[in-house]
Design a protein around this ligand. Structure first.
Ligand code: 9G3
Length: 579
C-alpha cells in the first residue's frame, strides 16, 4: 500500500477524554475515530488489525470443530420475554420498534437466538454435540462507555454456544473451547491468565473461567498462586488467611476471661480503634450490616480483611447483596453505627471462617461509644452460617497447594467461557430424544471473546514512549518501507524494487512515498507500530539499507539484496512458532 493514498492522518496530541494509553494511541495513530460516545469507526489500519484477530479466532474455532454462522442483531422482544430476561435487563438493553410497532432488542448476546434456532434444527441426540459460533457486532448501552474499545457500546464479539446430550459432553465441549482460547490468545501475543470466575447473573450449572489480559488499567483483580496453577478472579478467589502471632489485646488468651464492655469514645472505625487501643486490626471483628434481597443480615469479618459481597450473595442464593447505608441500619436496627457488634444483635450472623479462629477479640457493644473485648466467637455468639465471606488478601496462602502465596494482578477480561447447563434449553424448549426415546433438554455452554477489545488489550501490553508496537501476527502491515526522500531517484528506485519483491512473496508492505521530512516519517512510523522497518537513505547508492525492528528499536545495516530473505525468515519463524 502507498502511504500517500492511505486514509491516515496521525495526531500529535490525543483528546482529553482519552484517559488510557491504548485509547490515546489508537486515536493518535488514526486506527479508530469516534462517531459518538462508545461508538467507533475502524479506520483502514484499525480494520486490518481487527481482521487479523478475527482470522485467528476463526481458524482456531474451526480447528476446534465449531461451525460458523451469523445471527441477526435485531432480536424479537418476545424471545427475551420467553427466556424471562426482557425485564431483567434495564437501559443497557437497547430496545426499538419496527414499522409495525413490533418490539425488538439490539443483541447484546445471543443465548435466546441460538437456542430458538437449535430447538427447530436438532431433535435427536445423534446430532449432538454441536458447537456454533459467530463473529458479530454486539450492542450494550453502557452507562459510562470509556477507554475507547475497552468499554464501548457497539463492539465485535465472537460468541459460541455448545449443545450436548449429557454433562460429560458439556465438560468435553467446555475444555475444547478453553484450549482453543489459549491458542487464540497466544497467537494474538496477549499476556493472559485463565482464572476461575463467578458465574454471575447468567448463572448456569457451575464452572466458568475468564481469560484476563494483564494490564494495570484492567477493571478486574485476579489472584494468582506463585507456585501452582491456581488463579481466580478476586470475586471468587479463596485463600488461607495469614494468621498473626501477636498476643490479642487486653490480656490473656482464652483463659475463660468473660466478655467485658469498655469505653471507646468516638472510636468508630477499625483504624481509630487500632490507634487508640494499640491493637492489631486482625484482633477486631468488623460487623457489616448487609441488605440481601430486601432482608438484613450481619456479616462478621476479621478487621484486616474485606467483605466480598458476591460470596455473601452466593451463600444465601440471593439476587443481590450490598452493604446497607447508615440510615437504613439506624432505622432498622437502632444500633449505633460504628459500635455494632455480634453479641445481642437481633440479626442473622454470617461469620467468616477467619473470625471463628479469633481469641479474645474486640467488637462493637451495640451501645454508643462502647466496645466489648475478650470475645471468643465460638463461646459468645451463634452464627447462622460460617463460610468464606471475605476477599482473599495479597500474600495469603494458596487454597490449593500448601506452600504457594497469592499475588494480585489487574486484568482486562478478553474471554469468558461458561457452563450454562439447561437454563436456556429448558426455558426455550430445546430438547432431544435420548437413546431411550426420552425428551431431554440439551446441555449448553457459551463462550465469548471480545474481538475488538483485544486490540486495546494488545496496545496496553505492547507500546513504548513513541507509540504502538504490534506483534507480527496482528500488525496492519509486516513492513514499513521508508525512502528518506521521495524526490531522490535512487531512494525511490530501490524502494520500488523492494516493494515489488516483498509484496510478490506475500509480505504486507506499507510504502511511505509521501513528500514529508524524514523526522515526520519516523515519528509516524514509531506511532503506528509496524514491527519491521526498512529505511532507504544515503547508503542505498552502494547497496546498503537500514533494517529496524520496532520492538526494542534494534537497527542494522543490511545489503539490499539480503533484506528480502531476512524479512521472510522472520515471518516464517514467527508464523511457524505461533500456529
Ligand atoms: C443483556 C445485556 C448485557 C449483558 C447480557 C444480556 C452480559 C448478558 C452475559 C453474557 C454471557 C455470555 C455469550 C458469549 C459469552 C458471554 N451482558 N451478559 O447476558 F441483555 Cl444488555 O453475555 N454470552
Amino acid at each position: 500500500m502507498r502511504q500517500s493514498q492511505l486514509l491516515l492522518h496521525t495526531l500529535r496530541d490525543s483528546p482529553a477524554d482519552a484517559e488510557v494509553i491504548s485509547h490515546q494511541l489508537m486515536l493518535r495513530a488514526g486506527y479508530i475515530r469516534q462517531l459518538a460516545a462508545g461508538i467507533y469507526t475502524y479506520m483502514p489500519l484499525g480494520r486490518r488489525v481487527l481482521r487479523k484477530v478475527e482470522q485467528i479466532v476463526r481458524e482456531e474455532m474451526d480447528r476446534a470443530g465449531a461451525q460458523e454462522l451469523l445471527m441477526p442483531a435485531m432480536q424479537p422482544a418476545d424471545l427475551w420475554r420467553e427466556s424471562g430476561r426482557y425485564s431483567v435487563y434495564g437501559p443497557e438493553l437497547i430496545r426499538l420498534k419496527d414499522r409495525h410497532e413490533r418490539e425488538f432488542a439490539l443483541g447484546p448476546t445471543h443465548e435466546e437466538v441460538i437456542t430458538s434456532l437449535v430447538r427447530n434444527e436438532i431433535s435427536s441426540y445423534r446430532k449432538l454435540p454441536v458447537t456454533l459460533y459467530q463473529i458479530q457486532t454486539k450492542f450494550r448501552d453502557e452507562r459510562r462507555p470509556r477507554f475507547g474499545l475497552l468499554r464501548s457500546r457497539e463492539f465485535l464479539m465472537k460468541d459460541a454456544y455448545s449443545f450436548d446430550a449429557d454433562w460429560e459432553g458439556l465438560d468435553a465441549s467446555y475444555w475444547n473451547m478453553y484450549l482453543a482460547y489459549e491458542r487464540i490468545f497466544n497467537r494474538c501475543g496477549v499476556n493472559f491468565r485463565a482464572v476461575e470466575a463467578d458465574a454471575g447473573a447468567i448463572g448456569g450449572e457451575g464452572g466458568t473461567h475468564e481469560f484476563m489480559a494483564l494490564a494495570d488499567i484492567g477493571e478486574d483483580t485476579i489472584a494468582v498462586c506463585d507456585s501452582c496453577a491456581y488463579a481466580a478472579n478476586l470475586e471468587k478467589a479463596e485463600s488461607v488467611a495469614a494468621t498473626f502471632e501477636e498476643m490479642p489485646a487486653g490480656g490473656a488468651l482464652d483463659d475463660g476471661t468473660p466478655v467485658e464492655k469498655f469505653y471507646t469514645p468516638n472510636m468508630k472505625t477499625i483504624d481509630e480503634l487500632v490507634q487508640a487501643l494499640d491493637v492489631n486490626a486482625a484482633n477486631i471483628i468488623k460487623t457489616m450490616i448487609c441488605l440481601v434481597d430486601e432482608r438484613l443480615v450481619a456479616v462478621l469479618i476479621r478487621g484486616d480483611h474485606e467483605m466480598n459481597e458476591i460470596k455473601v450473595k452466593n451463600a444465601l442464593g440471593a439476587e443481590n447483596a450490598a452493604i446497607a447505608d447508615a440510615d437504613t441500619i439506624q432505622r432498622l436496627t437502632g444500633a449505633p453505627v460504628g459500635f455494632i457488634g455480634p453479641i445481642g444483635l437481633e440479626l442473622p450472623l454470617l461469620v467468616d471462617e477467619a473470625v471463628m479462629s479469633m481469641t479474645s477479640a474486640i467488637a462493637g457493644a451495640n451501645e454508643l461509644d462502647y466496645h466489648q473485648r475478650h470475645i471468643i466467637p465460638a463461646r459468645d455468639f451463634t452464627p447462622l452460617q460460617i463460610g468464606d465471606f471475605r476477599n482473599a488478601a495479597q500474600g495469603d496462602g494458596c487454597p490449593r497447594c500448601e506452600e504457594g502465596k497469592l499475588q494480585f494482578f489487574r486484568g482486562i477480561e478478553v474471554g469468558h467461557v461458561f457452563k450454562l447447563g439447561t437454563k436456556y434449553s429448558e426455558q426455550l424448549g430445546a430438547a432431544v430424544l435420548d437413546q431411550a426415546g426420552k425428551s431431554m433438554p440439551m446441555i449448553m455452554g457459551c463462550y465469548g471473546i471480545g474481538v475488538s477489545r483485544i486490540l486495546s488489550a494488545v496496545v496496553e501490553q505492547h507500546h513504548d514512549a513513541a507509540g504502538m508496537v504490534w506483534p507480527l501476527a496482528l500488525a496492519p502491515y509486516h513492513v514499513h518501507l521508508i525512502p528518506i526522500s521521495a524526490k531522490d531517484e535512487t531512494h525511490m528506485k530501490v524502494a520500488q524494487q523492494l516493494y515489488d519483491e516483498l509484496q510478490s512473496s506475500g509480505v504486507e508492505v506499507l510504502l511511505d512515498d509521501r513528500e514529508e521530512r524524514p523526522g515526520i516519517k519516523f515519528k509516524d512510523s514509531d506511532l503506528i507500530g509496524i514491527p519491521l522497518r526498512i529505511v532507504i537513505g544515503k547508503d542505498a547508492g552502494h547497496g546498503q539499507i537500514e533494517f529496524v525492528q520496532r520492538l526494542g528499536n534494534q537497527k542494522e545495516l543490511i545489503g539490499t539484496e539480503e533484506i528480502g530473505e531476512r524479512v521472510r525468515q522472520i515471518l516464517t519463524n514467527h508464523y511457524r512458532a505461533r500456529t
